[in-house]
Design a protein around this ligand. Structure first.
Ligand SMILES: [Mg+2]
Length: 450
């Protein structure tokens, strides 16, 4: 009942959308394991009757087929969300996080991994978007302004307390605040360092690779990344071309997207060592903690990076405990949302491992920039050897797209988590009934019948 005390200010709806972009046509995003991705979002909007016109937006990222499964998983969480008090929810997103992760029946589909956990992340991130909007702050500042005690209350320490206790987390956050004002000035002036993957997709010709690598250099990037792992002779040729294009000073990371066995990863990385790769990313299965440790020991000084497919804080804990990582790559939309990423950032800080987020896809750059900026202001205190991935794809579909200047992410100023897509983009690319897909599918049906 509008206006009735206690009855308004509640979540009234969780709307979901299956949004898919036809990126496979240009081989944008192609790598050794994912040759033809259609970058997609299982997208949701939290609506309220608070009367302030604010909504929470969030999404999971997928690469096409199965996005309907991801949407169904978000829909399965709806009953936990609708009817909740907006004020209470935004004051303590961890309360919802606990309820979603702890649903006694849905938990069987995980626990805390895969489609269901990504759905939890999408919903939780939408709540953080709403909370930051209500506070009138971009999420990075909302987090950096928060009291360390409150941030600790937002972390689920279950299964990680042996590596990081709440007291240790509190200490890290208290220490992390020192010098924050100066760092914020630096962040606003210069931005947060980025690297670009745009030159290095596996489906691109050597000519396109060389052109885009030179363009990256001219744009002020000091690191690029190449996809590898399909064919060694091709990789040697492409790494040589990239190194020739950018010279010795620019870092070239390589990314195998889980293509290899452990021994193969070691041999292949060593075969590319003459091109001075900065890190080898996802050399093998994201679940193979000891395999990553063995690869790291064998390929040093090439660093080992992983995280975009690491399913939760518990696996990250073990990667860190076993010395399997040089670079930790959080993803804003794979784990259980901001709450779990706070846990992972704290674990990385505890073990002294730099965080270089995975981004690209649809909207992952928009989201994860907030987490790195918080990390810089309130936890790690440094951008040394820290870069956020940047891919120049699909930003035009967002209301607050990332802005890159001289190889750096500009700090977003608009309140929220930068998660909101334009309604026209959602309408056009909703699968299978949006304008774009309806026309495509009609065309395909016609071709089949001819
Ligand atoms: Mg990758």
């Amino acid at each position: 009942m509008p206006g009735t005390p206690g009855r308004t200010g509640r979540i009234t709806a969780v709307e979901t959308y299956d949004v898919r972009f036809p990126t496979s046509r240009d081989l944008d995003g192609s790598d050794a394991m994912n040759p033809d991705p259609d970058y997609s979002a299982a997208y949701l909007v939290l609506r309220t009757d608070a009367g302030d016109g604010l909504e929470g937006h969030g999404f999971s990222f997928t690469i096409g087929r199965g996005n309907e499964v991801q949407v169904a998983a978000i829909n399965a969480l709806r009953a936990h969300v609708v009817g909740r008090s907006v004020t209470e929810l935004c004051a303590d997103p961890a309360s919802l996080n606990r309820d979603l992760v702890g649903d006694s029946q849905l938990r069987w589909l995980g626990p805390e991994k895969g489609v269901m956990h990504m759905a939890v992340g999408a919903v939780v991130n939408a709540v953080w978007d709403l909370a930051a909007k209500r506070a009138g702050k971009p999420l990075w500042r909302f987090l950096a302004d928060a009291e360390p005690e409150w941030l600790v209350s937002q972390v689920d320490f279950r299964y990680i307390a042996d590596a990081l206790s709440p007291d240790q987390a509190l200490e890290l956050l208290r220490r992390g605040r020192a010098g924050r004002a100066e760092r914020e000035r630096e962040l606003l002036r210069r931005g947060y360092p980025a690297y670009t993957t745009s030159p290095g997709w596996l489906g691109y010709s050597d000519r396109k690779l060389t052109r885009l690598a030179r363009a990256a250099l001219a744009d002020g990037f000091t690191q690029i990344k190449l996809k590898v792992g399909a064919d060694l002779a091709d990789d040697i040729r492409r790494c040589r071309a990239a190194r020739a294009a950018v010279g010795p000073a620019v870092r070239i990371a390589i990314d195998a997207n889980q293509r290899w066995n452990v021994t193969e990863a070691i041999a292949w990385t060593k075969a590319l060592a003459e091109f001075d790769p900065y890190w080898i990313e996802e050399p093998t299965s994201p679940d193979d903690i000891l395999g990553h440790a063995a690869i790291r020991a064998a390929v040093a000084p090439v660093r080992v990076a992983t995280g975009e497919h690491v399913q939760n804080r518990i696996v990250f804990k073990q990667l860190l405990q076993s010395g399997a990582l040089d670079v930790l790559q959080i993803d804003a939309a794979r784990v259980g949302g901001v709450n779990e990423n706070l846990a992972i950032l704290l674990l990385a800080a505890k073990f002294g491992v730099p965080v270089c987020p995975h981004a690209g896809g649809v909207g992952l750059c928009e989201l994860v920039q907030h987490l790195s900026m918080f990390d810089y202001l309130a936890l790690s205190g440094s951008t040394d050897d820290r870069v956020i991935e940047f891919v120049d794809h699909l930003h035009e579909h967002f209301v607050e797209p990332v802005r890159i200047h001289r190889g750096h992410y500009r700090a977003p100023r608009a309140p929220g988590f930068s998660a909101q897509m334009h309604p026209e983009s959602i309408a056009r690319y909703t699968y299978p009934d949006g304008g774009f897909w309806a026309a495509e599918l009609a065309l395909t049906a016609q071709e089949v019948s001819v």
